[in-house]
Write a protein that binds this ligand. Sequence first.
Ligand SMILES: Cc1cc2nc3c(=O)[nH]c(=O)nc-3n(C[C@H](O)[C@H](O)[C@H](O)COP(=O)(O)OP(=O)(O)OC[C@H]3O[C@@H](n4cnc5c(N)ncnc54)[C@H](O)[C@@H]3O)c2cc1C
Length: 271
Amino acid sequence: MSDRIAAAAAMAPSAALTVEEVRSVRHWNAHLFSFSISRPASFRFRSGEFVMIGLPGDNRPLLRAYSIASPCYADELEFLSIKVPDGPLTSRLQRIQPGDRIFLGRKPTGTLVADALLPGRRLFLLSTGTGLAPFLSLARDPDLYDRFSEIRLVHCVRTVGDLAFRDLLESQLAGDALVQDQALLQFSYLPTVTRETFHRTGRIDALIDNGCLFDGMVGGPTMFDPALDRIMLCGSMAMIRDLQARFKKMGFGEGSNASPGHFVIERAFVD
Ligand SMILES: Cc1cc2nc3c(=O)[nH]c(=O)nc-3n(C[C@H](O)[C@H](O)[C@H](O)COP(=O)(O)OP(=O)(O)OC[C@H]3O[C@@H](n4cnc5c(N)ncnc54)[C@H](O)[C@@H]3O)c2cc1C
């Protein structure tokens, strides 16, 4: 354990933070990793929310927002993280090991929650990069399968190696006792790659235009329909801006916790 992380362990939890133990770390490639940490018994969150996590800084904790990737019923909390080469937090966070300590905020929040959407028939979870994280939690929430008859998760990345959690998603969440039966019938995963050869290539807007985004779906049209469809967007600001404008033009209204709508957005990072 590094000195700084050991120092975190020694610090008493503040009113806003608890100190948790790193349980596992998985490096997907040179710029992406995921890790799980202990979950305080009092920590509750709604699938799709984010929370502040971090390490000790010079004078105060160095904290960043992270979407929770694990299901709301899991014993541990899991996160999917970028490795920004000179990033204040992730240049250090990428070196964590099981047994190290990490700060966890006490107050998860966010707009990518089922309650911010009006009832609908199909749910589209559209992500780029680490924007996948909140959808890993949502896709394993049994409540979602009661609310929507079809759930499609689209993950757009640059290289095939960026398709984190691909096996879990391709298996339609096999092994997750709470949702696997419903997921087998209602959940589908559509990965797409923009900078390498893959069986599906192109950005999300291109897949909408050529209809491929709807490939293999059981019911409904091969275009978005505000009467049927609900959408969650998480990823780069550019993707969110483009799709947000497109959906608004099509008659979709943006939702929030206070006022549910046809679609909701959360940026996956600040540019
Ligand atoms: C609501 C919200 C949820 C977030 N959830 C996650 C998450 O689940 N996983 C995660 O890795 N990050 C997430 N982030 C970003 C995260 O808060 C940090 O920015 C990131 O961990 C990098 O921290 P840093 O201190 O190393 O670099 P920072 O100084 O925070 O960022 C440096 C630069 O790196 C780039 N960058 C930062 N994060 C990303 C990213 N995720 N993907 C691509 N480029 C990025 C941006 O250009 C940014 O300006 C989220 C941000 C917000 C606002």
